[in-house]
Design a protein around this ligand. Structure first.
Ligand code: ADP
Ligand code: MG
Length: 626
């Protein structure tokens, strides 16, 4: 009786059967990689179970007459239940994103991802799978002619493993399926897609030789004969020399292995000998994984011991600040049956992790130096993680990471390193100025910033929540302290101007006292500003906490709310100041009310809403109506 495919499987299968995808050849790569995975599993088992003996290999057979192509492996095989669940249901890994993809994207998925077993139906109208698992005595056969389901019956297969037989479709006007029954095509495809598989892929190949004693001019001097040849070089791609690898090969490997649509933005390949002997192939993705900045994301590298995969995601190999790196490490120094628990204490693993850490750091540094444009793209994707890295662990890694950071700045609105900022500092400039806000646009219009920028100082524009925490953690760079332009104690004025200001403050000390009293719940001080140019008022802070930090901290889910110490600054050159001075003499109640309104204005500039918007609105309307 025929069993129907599960819905998702059917969808994928339909797509394969009707595929107009031009690179149908990838079906072979998929089936060979399944065969290799199956052998991996048995190989791994054999390490602890000495009763398993096997010649680990894959064999391809072509039968032109019957139009079949078969791929046999000596791997772990499948039980009846496994046949049912593995081939009757869509496999999770390869087709993870398939559900959401529409038809056009689907073509892309076929090409870039590999969709697994069902790709066989791109070239075959019937597929038979004979398999015998080491878990059960009897062999089974799975047969399907496509979308209308499959059957499972007994098989007479003798040895352990799996044979997948494809009944190749007939040639049509625009598709020459027969090429997949051609020895040379198959050889070429194995070389192209599966050369690095660790097990020999064997096939009967035809050769010709001169008959013994035959003369050159003899018409029948040549004879053909067949031998079972190994088609692949079996060197894992990461063990090959860089010069023997094309970019295309590496990119394809990355996409297949690490589930990405895009080529990697950076490949870091190395072989190391010394305290730790290992080969590694690391990749920086071009786009962050969709769940990268969520807690679902799991960092880690694939870990191999002498070519045998022992762990899919070894988190211990990567520090959090480089968690975006994907790739693999292969070392001879690790024992094969290492477990997750023992791993954490493995000395060798720690040494490797340290060495990788350094390698990634150096590679990012030289990327920044030599290919700024692409580094900036990288930084836009993953810079946040580096900034977290500076802040995390009480700043333990800040010195390592500080030169990898980029911030926007008032210097042509470009991204800059801190070192570049410092190199542009004015002669007498002591501090590195920064300003925080939601966007560059908003920051550049902050009243607090005007006079600083006009005086020719560069200001770093911090737009990410984490930025100011990172800067605070750094504390200084090259002996220069960081300074928030919205902190109260910035003084750019000449001595002469400072004196002038002091005079004004003395003269109007009563005015400030009255306003301070009126706002005593809201601000710790009211003062004459030495930074405002056009704006009437602004908020600054005294103490360590800035208003931006207050916002970030208070947006976190805790009951403990923090408050920055606010200072209301008033522009002594603005018409409103004269008005306030007049009110001090004529109407102190009104002065208090104005103080309130000015505070709300200053807070609004910082993006803080009034506590009582209705009251605020009413008062503004009253004033307008006068
Ligand atoms: P994936 O390889 O990504 O898991 P596939 O569609 O290629 O997805 O394969 C589905 C599943 O079928 C595999 O995960 C494996 O369990 C099983 N399978 C496929 N081919 C073989 C094989 N030659 N030997 C044993 N199991 C196999
Ligand atoms: Mg597969």
């Amino acid at each position: 009786m025929k069993t129907q495919f599960k819905a998702e499987s059917k969808k994928l299968l339909d797509l394969m059967i009707n595929s107009i995808y031009t690179h149908k050849e990838i079906f072979l790569r998929e089936l060979l990689s399944n065969a290799s995975d199956a052998i991996d599993k048995l190989h791994f088992k054999s390490l602890t179970d000495s009763s398993i003996e096997s010649d680990f290999s894959i064999e391809i057979n072509i039968d032109k007459e019957n139009r079949t192509l078969s791929i046999s492996d000596t791997g772990i095989g499948m039980t009846k239940d496994e046949l049912e669940s593995n081939l009757g249901t869509i496999a999770k890994s390869g087709s993870l994103d398939f559900k959401t993809a529409n038809k056009n994207d689907a073509l892309d998925i076929i090409g870039q991802f590999g969709v697994g077993f069902y790709s066989a139906f791109m070239v075959a109208d019937k597929v038979t799978v004979d398999t015998k698992s080491c878990e059960s005595g009897d062999a089974n056969r799975w047969v399907s002619e496509g979308a209308d389901g499959y059957i499972i019956e007994k098989s007479d297969k003798q040895n352990l493993g799996t044979t997948v037989t494809l009944h190749i479709k007939k040639d049509s006007d625009d598709e020459k399926y027969s090429e997949f029954l051609d020895e040379f095509t198959i050889k070429r495809l194995v070389k192209k897609h599966s050369d690095y598989l660790r097990y020999p892929i064997k096939m009967e190949c035809e050769h010709s030789r001169k008959k013994e004693g035959a003369k050159d001019d003899d018409e029948n001097a040549w004879e053909t004969y067949k031998t079972l040849d190994t088609l692949n070089s079996m060197t894992p791609i990461w063990k090959k020399n860089k010069k023997d690898l094309s970019d295309e090969e590496i990119n394809q490997f990355y996409k297949d292995k690490f589930m990405d649509f895009e080529n990697p933005a950076k490949v870091i390949q190395s072989k190391t000998e010394g305290t730790a002997t290992y080969s590694s192939m690391l990749f920086v993705p071009s786009i962050p994984p969709f769940n990268y900045y969520t807690k679902d994301f799991e960092k880690g590298l694939q870990l191999y011991s002498s070519g045998v995969l022992i762990m899919e995601k070894c988190a211990e190999l990567l520090p959090d600040y480089f968690s975006f790196v994907k790739g693999l490490v292969d070392s001879e120094d690790l024992s094969l049956n290492i477990s997750r628990e023992t791993l954490q204490h493995d000395r060798q693993l720690k040494i490797i992790a340290k060495s990788l850490d350094k390698k990634i750091k150096n590679e990012l540094s030289s990327w920044l130096k030599n290919d700024r444009e692409n580094y900036e793209k990288f930084f836009n994707n993953f810079g946040l993680q580096l900034k977290y890295g500076v802040y995390a662990s009480y700043g333990a890694n800040k010195d390592k990471l500080k030169d990898l950071l980029l911030f926007k700045s008032s210097n042509e609105n470009k991204l800059t390193t801190i070192a570049e900022y410092v190199s542009r500092m004015k002669e007498k400039q002591q501090e590195i100025y920064y300003a925080c806000g939601d966007s560059v646009e908003k920051i550049s219009r902050m009243p607090q910033i005007e006079s600083i920028r006009d005086a020719g100082y560069e200001v770093l524009y911090l737009t990410d929540d984490i930025d100011e925490f990172t800067i605070k953690m750094l504390n200084e760079y090259d002996g220069k302290k960081f300074k928030n332009v919205a902190s109260g104690d910035i003084n750019l004025d000449s001595d002469e101007k400072s004196k002038e200001n002091e005079e004004k403050i003395k003269q109007h000390s009563n005015l400030f006292e009255i306003m301070k009293e009126a706002l005593k719940d809201k601000v710790s001080d009211v003062k004459l500003s030495n930074r405002l140019k056009n704006g009437a008022v602004c908020l600054t802070t005294s103490g360590e906490m800035s208003i931006e930090m207050e916002k970030v901290l208070n947006s976190m889910p805790t009951d403990h709310k923090v408050k920055a110490q606010r200072v209301l600054e008033i522009n002594g050159n603005h018409a409103i100041f004269q008005k306030l001075c007049d009110l001090e003499e004529t109407d102190q109640d009104k002065l208090k009310e104005y103080a309130e309104l000015l505070y709300i204005q200053a807070a609004l500039i910082e993006g803080i809403s009034p506590e009582d918007p209705v009251d605020f609105g009413n008062k503004i309307s009253q004033i307008m109506a006068k």
